[in-house]
Design a protein around this ligand. Sequence first.
Ligand code: GTR
Length: 346
Amino acid sequence: MLQEILKERDLPELLSRDEMLEILQNEIYGRMPKKPEQLEFKVEENIISNFCAGKAVCNKVTAECVIEGKKFCFPFYTTLPTDGKKHPFFVHINFRPDIPDRYQPTEELIDNGFAVLSFDYNDVTKDNEDFTDGLAGVLFENGKREQNAPGKIAMWSWAAQRVMDYAETLEDVLELDCAVVCGHSRLGKTALLTAAWDERFAFGYSNDSGCSGAAITRNKQGETVEKICNRFGYWFCENYKQYMNKEETLPFDQHYLVASVAPRKVLVGSASEDLWADPISEFLCCVAASPAFEKGFQHENRLPEIGDKFFEGDIGYHLRKGLHYIGREDWARLIQFVNKHKEVKF
Ligand code: GTR
């Protein structure tokens, strides 16, 4: 049944990871900005006293980057357990500057044995059309972009990779082979791009990422290429606009993004009432990306139902009841998926 539904979407065949990343960069997200030629981290320790009852310490870190001779800085936050052991960790691309916040249950993550490093995406470059702001201003001298120059999603992804650069300096506290990059909605799209691009991440998680994220674009319900480009064209490269109302001419679909995480692991989370994102198209994307993974998507041969957790394969999917949101339930499922798949070391 599913294969028939998928056939109607008429998707392009999966290619090699390199080929898919090349297409994704040129046609949708833009070229990933290069690593900075210099990178230093300034750490301000213990910015919230008695945080998590002393089980963890919260630090503010400033990444000081030099890009083509120009200086660019952004802050991020680390919450690191103080028990002297090594921990798997999340790089959470976050909406909010306040730590802790409604989308990130920091103490619960600590209690579940994880560390968390997070940044507010607006501190990298603002979520608007201004290409003179922050990292965008450093990359584009006059605010003008070439057709395949990076959009803002690629810039937020670049910042997540710099946070991972910092994580690599914490090998006494972090299990560097169990890094999880995660985000919600527009930042779920960003998390997927980051996981696809940067092989240091063992896991990628997108929550309710929808259009131009984990949802198949062809015949998608809710948000379309036209709708997203009209409101948020600056998230993408200029080339993407040519596919407005011409989805059938896309030389890729979003299964390329999810499949590019292979052979590592990826989890896609949907919410039943988030029809703008389209849970069914997110689920079908996992089915279509499945052949790229060693242990492909394990699921029932039917459309998803509320409460489904298909966690057996290297690519997983869950459908939660409710609205567009990343809540405790979503985090709990992500933790469950990571714990199931990470190599347990004692
Ligand atoms: C919506 C946008 C979606 C999704 C969401 C979000 O307005 O249309 O693609 O990314 O914002 O980020 O919350």
